[in-house]
Design a protein around this ligand. Structure first.
Ligand code: PAF
Length: 282
C-alpha cells in the first residue's frame, strides 16, 4: 500500500489502474480512522479492484469557532488500519496541495443542506461538497463510500452527484456502534469518562424513537417529544436539534411515512455528537 500527498501521484496511479481495466473505489475520510471507517473500506475492497482512502482534515468545512486545530490526527495508526483492511492507496495531502492561497471556487447544495446540521453549521456542507467534488475530480472513482451516521452529508452528496451529473455511484453504509450503543465517531475521543457515560443518551433516544415507529406510532411530534424527554433527563446533555425529516430531501415531516430520517445533534459538555435512524414506513 502506498501513501502520497501528491495529487499528481494519485492521478498517475489511478491512470495506471485504468489502463489495466481495474475498477476504483474511494473512501473519503478526515483520518483518525475507527471501526466505522473500516467498515467503509471493507465494503469498498469487496466491491472494487482498487481502493483509495483519502485522509484529509478539510479546513473549509469547519466553522470559525469549531475544532479544526484540535481535530484528532494519527496518520501512522490510519496507515496500519488501511493496510490491514486491504486499501491500495492513501491520499494524505497538506492543505496547500488542496487549496491554492487564492482558492475561490465552491460547490454548494441548497434546501438539502439548510436544515439539521446546516442551521448551526451554515458553511459546513459547502466545505464538504467542495472537497468531495475535488476528491472525485482527483481520483475519478467508480464508487464512493459514506457512512449513514452522517445522514445529512450522505443526502447532500447524493444530491450534488445527481444535480451535477457526476458519474459516480454513492454507497451509503450502516452506522457502526460501540457495544454499549454509542455511534462510533472520531469526536468520541474528546469525551472524559463521565461525558462518555452521558453520551449514551443519544443512542438511547435513537433506539426509543425507532421502537415507537416499530410499535405503530406515526406522529412525528409524539416520537420527537419522547426522544427529547430522554435526552433532557441527562444533565450533561444539551439538545442542538431533534428532528424528523424526509431522508432524501431533508425537509421536515409531520408523519413517519415513506423513508424518514430521525436525526439528533446533542452537546455533551462542549462536544457536539450526532446520531440518527432511518425508517422505511410503507
Ligand atoms: O465525513 C467526513 O469525514 C468528511 O466530511 C468528508 C466526507 C471526508 C469530507 O471532508
Amino acid at each position: 500500500m502506498e501513501l502520497t500527498g501528491s495529487i499528481k501521484e494519485v492521478r498517475r496511479q489511478v491512470k495506471e489502474w485504468r489502463k489495466q481495466g481495474l475498477s476504483v473505489g474511494l473512501v473519503p475520510t478526515m483520518g483518525y480512522l475507527h471501526e466505522g471507517h473500516k467498515s467503509l473500506i471493507d465494503r469498498a475492497v469487496a466491491e472494487n479492484d482498487k481502493v483509495v482512502v483519502s485522509d484529509f482534515v478539510n479546513p473549509i468545512q469547519f466553522g470559525a469557532n469549531e475544532d479544526l486545530s484540535t481535530y484528532p490526527r494519527d496518520i501512522e495508526a490510519d496507515k496500519s488500519l488501511c493496510e490491514a483492511a486491504g486499501a491500495d492507496l492513501i491520499f494524505h495531502p497538506e492543505p496547500e496541495e488542496m487549496y491554492a492561497p487564492d482558492f475561490s471556487t465552491f460547490v454548494e447544495t441548497q434546501q438539502v443542506s439548510a436544515g439539521l446540521c446546516g442551521k448551526s453549521r451554515p458553511t459546513h456542507f459547502r466545505g464538504v461538497c467542495t472537497v468531495v467534488s475535488k476528491l472525485f475530480n482527483i481520483v475519478m472513482p467508480d464508487r464512493a463510500y459514506f457512512g449513514q451516521k452522517d445522514a445529512q452529508q450522505l443526502a447532500v452528496v447524493r444530491r450534488m452527484v445527481r444535480d451535477l451529473n457526476m458519474d459516480i455511484e454513492i454507497v451509503g453504509c450502516p452506522i457502526i456502534r460501540e457495544e454499549d450503543g454509542l455511534a462510533k465517531s472520531s469526536r468520541n475521543t474528546y469525551l472524559n469518562p463521565s461525558e462518555r457515560q452521558a453520551a449514551l443518551v443519544l443512542s438511547r433516544a435513537i433506539f426509543a424513537g425507532e421502537e415507537m415507529i416499530k410499535q405503530g406510532e406515526r406522529e412525528a411530534e409524539k416520537i420527537l417529544a419522547h426522544m427529547k424527554s430522554i435526552i433532557d433527563a441527562e444533565p450533561m446533555a444539551k439538545i442542538d436539534y431533534v428532528e424528523m425529516v424526509d431522508a432524501d430531501t431533508i425537509q421536515p415531516v409531520q408523519k413517519a411515512e415513506g423513508r424518514v430520517l430521525a436525526a439528533i445533534a446533542v452537546y455533551i459538555g462542549t462536544t457536539r455528537l450526532i446520531d440518527n435512524f432511518i425508517a422505511e414506513v410503507r
